[in-house]
Design a binder for this molecule. Structure first.
Ligand SMILES: [Zn+2]
Length: 223
């Protein structure tokens, strides 16, 4: 069983600027990415010793606090830093961002929707296990899977005729009906793309994977 401030390296993961217990690190990194891309603020600990903190470092901070020279510090063996589930944030912008969105990732802080275990410290964020479930890695999917029957049929026809042409050394070597069928399929795909764009104008590009289908069709017809 691990002890506070004495976690094995295998129980910890690196985050920019420090280390955290593995589950806390996953939630932290997802939160960090979210806040960074949404607000342009990239949260990090104040120093290497203010995310996971080993027992000796906690002792050091405790001693400073005890003799009136350091900030408030927990007694060694009692801090959530020693469990690798707390981070001290250096700036007001980082603290505000975690107050606003931390709860979605299992991170509590004073003034946020999840509590902090050190409410007298505005900079101290604590991880609450089990709140945040990291999303499973989505399987890569090809836009073909989202296409309508009409789109798939036209795509299949075009790809089939192109393959035939390639196998025979070019369109010139084939009966002209092949080229005609390919042109018809290509034209059909153009219509499909136009329909997708029209639908997107009304209700957005995300719906029905319109962007992926549209891009794929454009690639097919070389537009
Ligand atoms: Zn702290």
């Amino acid at each position: 069983m691990s002890e506070n401030g004495k976690l094995a390296a295998s129980e910890l993961s690196t985050i920019p600027g420090g280390r955290l217990r593995k589950d806390a690190a996953v939630a932290w990194l997802v939160m960090r990415h979210f806040i960074g891309t949404e607000k342009g603020v990239w949260v990090c600990p104040t120093s290497q010793r203010t995310s996971y903190r080993c027992f000796a470092d906690q002792q050091y901070f405790w001693n400073l606090y005890q003799c009136g020279q350091g900030a408030l510090a927990a007694r060694p063996g009692t801090s959530n830093h020693g469990w690798g589930i707390a981070v001290d944030l250096p700036s007001a912008a980082m603290q505000a961002a975690v107050r606003e969105c931390g709860h979605r990732f299992g991170w509590g802080i004073r003034g946020g929707q999840l509590p902090s275990d050190a409410p007298s410290e505005a900079w101290h964020a604590t991880f609450h296990p089990g709140v945040f479930v990291p999303p499973a890695h989505p399987k890569p999917t090809h836009p073909y899977q989202y296409m309508s029957d009409r789109e798939q049929a036209a795509r299949d026809a075009l790809v089939k005729e192109r393959r035939t042409a390639r196998r025979h050394g070019g369109w010139a070597e084939l009966d002209p009906s092949h080229r005609k069928r390919a042109a018809k399929a290509k034209n059909e795909l153009k219509h499909c793309a136009r329909d997708i764009a029209a639908a997107a104008k009304k209700s957005g590009w995300d719906e029905g994977h319109r962007k992926a289908r549209y891009d794929y069709i454009h690639k097919l017809i070389g537009a």
